[in-house]
Design a protein around this ligand. Structure first.
Ligand SMILES: Cc1cc2nc3c(=O)[nH]c(=O)nc-3n(C[C@H](O)[C@H](O)[C@H](O)COP(=O)(O)OP(=O)(O)OC[C@H]3O[C@@H](n4cnc5c(N)ncnc54)[C@H](O)[C@@H]3O)c2cc1C
Length: 502
């Protein structure tokens, strides 16, 4: 194919889109501002340990899973290092309010049975609820990588109701409702706002079987980078795009911080849309109403993370994720600033490639709103204030105290701690307000919170978490959509479904 594309941003969306397009013969130039590619897949080494920044739990990689099928099509599965979590316990959940633990198992039936252990009278309701979330996900052709013929898909009422409303429709027990919402920090869930289909999608992905990257997610990012280069593309790192030149609703080229210029037939923005707007040499290249809309869509909340190096042979490796929640009635309150922080968090021991009995590190990630760091928004990485550093120490202490409720000797296991706040996330990924999942999806205004991949600039396409679903199980699907805008409708999906291809 005699076409070329410049991709701005080497995160999950940019890398997947670049890998797909380069495999199909498009000449790809991918430009990443950071010194390594990856975005949410980026890892960093601190205290001699590798820590992942934004990809701790992944879905779709089990046999037949959608993301695994994309990796198989790309021909990279033999290079991918992942470890599946325990099927009888994909997650455990602790509520501090009554010190109760809940076990969550993998698979439709096992999931229901694991919860019936704690809620013996709710078996039938749970079965109907699980059927409902699988039915909602079945409305999404893209989730199953099915070629689609409908340009406008009609969806059921349940698809577009709010996630908490959906749960309440099927489940009567108030505590069980909260337990079923435990994963909402993974999709930055908001009460009465997050659409049920997002909740259904993430829940189904994890019920089907979550995995983790072994040895760090950077290995996966590097695999995609290498594939682009092997396919004849170019990957530039440590030199972000600072200007996008436009002329009569067409992009004519991009300039990097180091002054290099690149041009192509297509330009793909794999960065936050608000960051893209700031790069345009002439903002009127995009209609004012569209620009206002991009700037006005609320962003999802962010997170505060502890990257902990553990003392040797003190803390056993746990092959599943663990969730700490304060109270049942605050399970949907992670976007609130008027409640004491933290309301809850995820903690996990990421696997090494040759993981042994003990873990060398732990990640604790607690949802946090942008407003909690807004007072320091004018500071940049490496140049924060003393006050901010003190505040981070206080946040760290609060999280450690919660961990001590579960493991009374926890402090004794900790060797060193590195922290990341919403400001860190904003500055590393250049994502507005450090948003964990990009734009906040709103069931009350679905059209407003989803950004189409095509734009009024004829040769500009968008990709990444702001266009549709975030995360490892969403962004690669949008990468297919974006690639097909160049290659042709269902071009990749037909390749993924050779038996049904027209
Ligand atoms: C703390 C945290 C934990 C998370 N945990 C998980 C998880 O466990 N599982 C999961 O599935 N998802 C998780 N996510 C969400 C996931 O990381 C994102 O949904 C995903 O990374 C979004 O992909 P993207 O390509 O849209 O953006 P990104 O991956 O953020 O990529 C954008 C890239 O563009 C680059 N860039 C920005 N501006 C420029 C420029 N001007 N020029 C060149 N390059 C530029 C950035 O440096 C970055 O590399 C988490 C997110 C956070 C913040």
């Amino acid at each position: 194919m005699d076409k070329s594309a410049v991709i701005i941003g080497g995160g999950v969306g940019g890398l997947f889109t670049g890998a797909i397009l380069s495999k199909e013969g498009v000449k790809v130039t991918l430009i990443e501002k950071n010194s390594t590619v990856g975005g949410g897949l980026q890892s960093f080494t601190r205290f001699g340990e590798v820590f992942d920044t934004g990809m701790h739990v992944i879905g779709g990689m089990q046999q037949g899973g959608n993301i695994r099928r994309i990796c198989e099509y790309l021909g990279i599965m033999d290079r991918v290092k992942i470890r599946d979590v325990d099927s009888d316990m994909i997650d455990v959940l602790y509520f501090a309010e009554d010190k109760r633990w809940f076990r969550i198992a993998q698979g439709r039936d096992a999931f229901v049975e694991s919860l019936v252990e704690s809620f013996p009278d709710s078996g039938e309701e749970l079965r109907r609820y699980v059927d409902a979330i699988y039915n909602i996900v079945d409305e999404l052709d893209m989730f199953y990588l099915r070629p689609s013929t409908d340009y406008i898909q009609a969806h059921s009422d349940e698809f577009i109701m709010s996630a908490d409303q959906l749960i309440a429709k099927y489940i009567t027990d108030a505590h069980l409702r909260s337990v079923l919402a435990y994963m909402n920090p993974l999709y930055a869930g908001r009460k009465s706002i997050t659409p049920a289909y997002i909740h259904a999608l993430i829940s189904v992905i994890y019920i089907n079987g979550p995995s983790r990257f072994a040895g760090g997610s950077q290995l996966f990012a590097n695999t995609l980078r290498d594939l682009i280069i092997e396919n004849g593309g170019e990957v530039i790192t440590g030199d972000g795009v600072v200007k996008v030149a436009t002329h009569e609703r067409m992009i004519t080229g991009v300039t990097t911080k180091k002054g290099r210029e690149f041009s192509a037939d297509y330009y793909i923005s794999a960065i936050h849309p608000c960051s893209l707007l700031k790069l345009l040499d002439d903002e009127s290249a995009l209609p004012k109403a569209y620009r206002n809309r991009l700037n006005d869509i609320p962003n999802s909340y962010s997170a505060f993370t502890l990257n902990i190096k553990l003392k040797p042979n003190t803390f056993k490796y746990i092959n599943h994720s663990c969730y700490y929640m304060k109270r049942y009635d605050q399970i949907w309150d992670f976007d609130r600033d008027d409640v004491p922080w933290p309301l809850g968090f995820l903690y996990m021991t990421p696997p090494d490639i040759d993981q042994d009995e003990y873990s060398t590190k732990m990640i604790v990630t607690a949802p946090m709103t942008w407003d909690r760091v807004k007072q320091w928004e004018d500071t940049r990485l490496g140049h924060r204030t003393e006050e901010y550093e003190l505040w981070k120490e206080e946040c760290t202490e609060k999280l450690i105290q919660c961990m001590e409720e579960i493991y009374p000797d926890f402090r004794a296991y900790v060797d060193k701690i590195n922290t990341a706040s919403p400001l860190t996330i904003r500055d590393y990924y250049a994502v507005k307000e450090g948003a964990m999942c990009g734009y906040s999806k709103d069931c009350n205004n679905m059209a407003m919170s989803q950004v189409p991949i095509v734009t009024k600039i004829k040769n500009l396409l968008l990709t990444g978490q702001n266009c549709s679903v975030h995360g490892f199980c969403g962004v690669p699907l949008t990468a297919i959509n974006t690639s097909e805008a160049i290659l042709g409708r269902n071009y990749i999906l037909n390749k993924l479904n050779p038996d049904t291809a027209e």
